[in-house]
Design a protein around this ligand. Structure first.
Ligand SMILES: *[C@@H]1O[C@H](CO)[C@@H](O)[C@H](O)[C@H]1NC(C)=O
Ligand SMILES: *[C@@H]1O[C@H](CO)[C@@H](O)[C@H](O)[C@H]1NC(C)=O
Ligand SMILES: *[C@@H]1O[C@H](CO)[C@@H](O)[C@H](O)[C@H]1NC(C)=O
Ligand SMILES: *[C@@H]1O[C@H](CO)[C@@H](O)[C@H](O)[C@H]1NC(C)=O
Ligand SMILES: *[C@@H]1O[C@H](CO)[C@@H](O)[C@H](O)[C@H]1NC(C)=O
Ligand SMILES: *[C@@H]1O[C@H](CO)[C@@H](O)[C@H](O)[C@H]1NC(C)=O
Length: 437
């Protein structure tokens, strides 16, 4: 395991893509080794950056929240906001600061076996997870309480409208959570889910409402854009290319973006000018932070040019933390999220430092824009939840080998989250910011 990680760190840019490998007729053994390396570098991309990127900008990062986003400064009523005296206690409350409280009377918000829209990558109970405690925690902000998620209200607001999640597999998780939350009040057969390439569409028929997910892990065009086959270690993003995907996002009423993990390939990220079809590609490298900043700015420009912000809302979900190294929280060396059933108790826990430098980019970019985009700052509240990952209890991309089975931590997924679970809370926060901004 250790060796594979260092191999993929040492040569992230020199590993050719799998299709080239197949053409070169490498031995099946070598190919399966490389598949494993790619798999590890996808799962632990965040940790890879942290191993080598710890010297990055550590001293420049403030811990205080960046000043509120522009929408909070405006007095004008935002689209979808419920007027009047609803939930006045939310005013001025930072809903992202608080603690997790045990609540088995109202959680989980739906049952895993009742929602047909969960992919087998997130159904932990179905895949043998022995404990269920991770399903019973409710997020309690410090200065207020979250309004309960009202699926009927959400569906009424979406009547004749479209909500879209755009981003990577973590955003797909939040999309599935939203589909299940809404589906819990929809009669059988009155909803459906269909996938067309990069786009998945959940439809609530009686409401003529859709909730959609569009796969674009970098938002911009990249060589990882295939919705099914995208485990490329040598990732390249094309500058100025957001319309390639953005043309499929037009007309959306509520937009939820995320992007993070795929940028974490090491210290540098490859950016391409021109096109992927060019015979000689024009590629340059920039720091992860600069690359990420480019992506964020492209997203904001797309929003400005393509969304009518008088009647639509835009959200951005901050970095989803992973728990690949137990030493980060003072655990036994060599462990990870596998067999973790309790959360991290230290209220100051933040995890690896590289998250801070990216959070700083997000704060920077948002503080300089006039575009009313709402940040769902889920990073810290999720960082406590080392217990909430899918770990080994999911459908795996490749069948675990006997060696892996003997050492389960070696193939635990400490990036993605079980559903129902943590990501339902992300949607409760979205619900709160949508109706009670
Ligand atoms: C998000 O929350 C964390 C922890 O509360 C805070 O340190 C960070 O500054 C926040 N990020 C932004 C962009 O506001
Ligand atoms: C949920 O929202 C619907 C539609 O606005 C409303 O009629 C209902 O009373 C709400 N339910 C609760 C429990 O607040
Ligand atoms: C259904 O919703 C779509 C937008 O998603 C809208 O264009 C269409 O007019 C709606 N149809 C009806 C019958 O309301
Ligand atoms: C749902 O639809 C299927 C076929 O589309 C049908 O067999 C089934 O009886 C329907 N169930 C209900 C409750 O309407
Ligand atoms: C949005 O509303 C403002 C005033 O409320 C108006 O000046 C502006 O033209 C509107 N923008 C669009 C795109 O309709
Ligand atoms: C899981 O953790 C518990 C302690 O929390 C320990 O007793 C047990 O041996 C661990 N199981 C495995 C398979 O590592």
């Amino acid at each position: 395991m250790k060796q594979s990680i260092s191999a993929s760190v040492a040569a992230p840019s020199t590993l050719p893509s799998l299709s080239i490998l197949r053409k070169a007729r490498l031995s099946p053994y070598l190919i399966s080794l490389l598949i494993f390396i790619l798999f590890v570098s996808v799962l632990y991309g965040e940790d890879l950056l942290c191993i080598f990127g710890q010297q990055l900008q550590l001293n420049q990062v403030p811990d205080s929240p960046v000043s509120g986003t522009k929408e909070e400064k405006q007095s004008k009523k935002l689209p979808f906001a419920i007027g009047g005296d609803h939930e006045p206690e939310l005013e001025g409350c930072d809903i992202f600061s608080g603690k997790w409280v045990w609540d088995d009377s109202s959680r989980p918000l739906y049952d895993e076996s009742d929602c047909p829209y969960l992919q087998p990558q997130v159904t932990c109970q179905e895949h043998g997870r022995p404990d269920r405690d991770y399903q019973f925690w409710r997020w309690q902000p410090e200065g207020c309480s979250l309004p309960s998620f009202n699926a009927t209200l959400m569906l009424e607001a979406l009547r004749g409208k479209r909500m879209m999640f755009v981003g990577d597999s973590l955003n797909r998780g939040q999309f599935m959570s939203m589909a299940c939350l809404l589906n819990s009040v929809i009669p059988r057969n009155a909803s459906s889910l269909h996938t067309f390439g990069s786009l998945s569409v959940f439809t609530a028929k009686e409401y003529n409402a859709t909730v959609e997910f569009y796969w674009a892990p970098f938002l911009l065009e990249s060589n990882s854009d295939n919705a099914d086959v995208h485990r490329i270690s040598d990732r390249i993003v094309r500058k100025g290319s957001i319309n390639k995907h953005g043309k499929h996002w037009k007309g959306v009423d509520i937009m939820v973006f995320n992007t993070y993990l795929w940028w974490m390939t090491g210290l540098k990220m490859k950016i391409m000018r021109g096109s992927f079809d060019d015979e000689v590609k024009d590629i340059f490298e920039v720091s992860t932070e600069d690359a990420y900043r480019m992506g964020m700015k492209a997203m904001l420009r797309w929003v400005q040019r393509n969304m009518d912000l008088n009647r639509t809302r835009v959200f951005f979900v901050s970095m989803s933390p992973s728990h690949g190294k137990s030493i980060d929280w003072g655990g036994e060396p060599g462990g990870n999220c596998y067999n973790q059933t309790t959360m991290i108790a230290d209220p100051h826990y933040w995890g690896s430092d590289c998250r801070r430098s990216i959070m700083q980019v997000i704060g920077d970019v948002f503080s300089k824009t006039e575009i009313p985009i709402t940040l769902l700052n889920i990073t810290r509240l999720s960082a406590y939840r080392k217990d909430a990952h899918t770990s080994i209890y999911k459908k795996h991309w490749t069948r675990p080998t006997p060696e892996q089975l003997a050492n389960p931590a070696s193939y635990a997924d400490c990036v993605h989250w079980c559903l129902p679970g943590l990501q339902d809370t992300w949607n409760e926060l979205l619900f709160t910011k949508l109706f009670f901004p």
